[in-house]
Write a protein that binds this ligand. Structure first.
Ligand code: UN1
Length: 495
């Protein structure tokens, strides 16, 4: 990969300051993935100006035509899928099958949102007065700032870009500085597909400062952010006061309940996939496993054995189950939480160390880690770790399990394994989270339904498709009353 530049007003440009930073492979700190231009405020100003200019005509392009840009982008991503999947693995570490899945999620979203260009529906309802029409239409908001994380470095920028664009917004993307090359590749696909100059713009970090400058820029109309709770809440504080629409997707501390009547072999697969897939670095990751006391010892033994069997390694190597965590800082944070768990008195059943054997010493590899006998009050049971660490908590039955699951400010995803339809139906109703899985793990939401957390997990503006999804956030409703009676007609008057 060559240098990663900014893309502003239809041109790939180095940032004004002439400084660079590096994107490094977390599996091997000797491998630089790309040299990346370091954007300054002037670059953001120019990107916003370009987006404002382009919005004047992009908003008037018929939505089905805007959708066609996304269909073409989807085709290009299909053509480049292998290359981009490998880039995802090299830049943030997830295993190749997941890297390819990340790209596939963006492809799916491109086609889904492309099709929405023909379905951006408002409503028409009868008027209470004669010769009058009442209807609503959806209009774009304007210039959208999109701030995206590293854990789904193609998919999440894709979710936001495609929804914003089909609605008729122009965009400035500021991706995580851990995965700039993935974001640039996605922008390249949009450019190749024919995005007009200024419709899509890209600026690069690193650091939160440039993201915050972008999100709070007076020329930006709407902001969509996925990332840490600290950064998201900070933006909520600033932008709330300015009445600027902001969608945040932040943390999770997702739980799987395993009942005594569960298919334990199936539940085990769900725990290992949800807890250690993507090295636990998903907002949807399963990090609390709440197990019925009658099967606790047996199931804990299965988890420990399963975690021990997972192969840690470079995500590009065949047979790897779990890749590195994204960078040294994240590695330090996860190890710190493991230390906290031990200090709190949880039983470290397996893992718990950074692996330094052979080639793994060059990367940020943390052994799949299981804490047993965790109590709901412990920090490792309440705070998001974002790494390959699961906490197993015993419970006496469904009531207690649901109370444990619901007793946190995080509420993105939850799951239950049980063979009893009454129990699973109660779980559907009682679990307080934006997504609930029955006999499936907490990860793997599909793109055609809304994706969003309740409570502190997000702002309540879900992403992705379906009713209540991203299209509602990236467009606003205008109600039009058309009176063709030729006389003054009064509503709200006693007849
Ligand atoms: C995230 O971790 O921020 O549901 C997104 C899932 C994926 C998306 C995760 N489709 O696990």
């Amino acid at each position: 990969m060559g240098d990663v530049l900014n893309y502003i007003g239809g041109k790939w440009l180095p940032a004004e300051g002439g400084e660079w930073f590096e994107s490094v492979n977390p599996a091997d700190d000797r491998q630089t993935v790309a040299r990346v231009t370091r954007s300054g405020r002037g670059d953001v100003d120019r990107a916003v100006e370009a987006a404002r200019g382009a919005w004047r005509s992009w908003r008037l392009v018929p939505a089905p035509r805007r959708g066609e840009l996304l269909f073409r982008t989807g085709e290009i991503l299909i053509r480049r899928k292998r290359e981009l999947g490998e880039l995802v693995t090299r830049e943030m570490g997830k295993v190749l099958a997941e890297g390819l899945g990340d790209v596939q999620e963006a492809i799916d979203m491109a086609f889904y949102m492309g099709g929405e260009g023909r379905r951006l529906a408002g409503e028409t309802v009868p008027s209470e007065l004669p010769d009058k029409e009442c209807r609503s239409v959806r209009e774009p908001v304007g210039v959208a700032a999109l701030i995206t994380p590293w854990n789904f470095p193609v998919a999440i920028p894709g979710w936001k870009l495609f929804a914003a664009l089909v609605c008729g917004n122009t965009v400035i993307l500021k991706p995580s500085s851990d995965t700039p090359a993935c974001a640039a590749a996605l922008v390249e696909a949009l450019v190749e597909a024919g995005a007009p100059a200024g419709v899509v713009n890209l600026v690069n970090g690193p650091g939160g400062e440039i993201g915050e400058y972008l999100a709070t820029h007076p020329g930006v109309d709407v902001v969509s952010f996925t990332g840490s709770v600290t950064a998201g809440e900070r933006l909520e504080g600033i932008l709330g006061a300015r009445h600027r629409p902001l969608a945040t997707e932040m943390g999770g501390k997702n739980a799987i309940i395993v009942m005594d009547d569960a298919d334990l072999a199936l539940a085990l697969e769900g725990v290992l996939w949800g807890g250690f897939g993507t090295s636990g670095q998903r907002c949807t990751a399963a990090s609390r496993i709440v197990v019925h006391e009658k099967v606790y010892d047996r199931f804990l033994g299965m988890i420990v054995e399963g975690a021990r069997r997972l192969r840690l390694g470079d995500g590009l190597a065949a047979g790897t189950d779990v890749g590195p965590v994204v960078n040294g800082q994240q590695c330090g944070r996860v190890l710190e939480y493991i230390g906290i768990g031990v200090a709190e008195g949880a039983r470290l059943a397996v893992g718990g160390r950074r692996s330094t054997s052979g080639e793994l010493a060059r990367g940020c590899f943390i052994e799949p880690t299981v804490f047993a006998d965790v109590t709901p009050a412990m920090r490792i049971a309440r705070e998001e770790i974002f790494g390959p660490v699961v906490s197993v908590i015993p419970c006496t039955g469904f009531e207690e399990a649901a109370a444990i699951v619901n007793d946190l400010p995080y509420a993105l995803s939850s799951a239950i394994y049980s063979r009893d339809v009454n129990t699973t139906a109660r779980a559907e109703r009682e679990l307080q989270s934006g997504i609930v899985y029955i006999n499936a793990s907490t990860i793997g939401a599909e793109i055609q339904l809304p994706f969003g957390g309740w409570k502190h997990s997000g702002s309540g503006h879900p992403e992705a498709g379906g009713r209540g999804g991203a299209l509602e956030f990236f467009s606003r409703v205008k109600v039009i009353y058309r009176d063709f009676s030729g006389r003054l007609q009064r509503a709200q008057i006693d007849r």
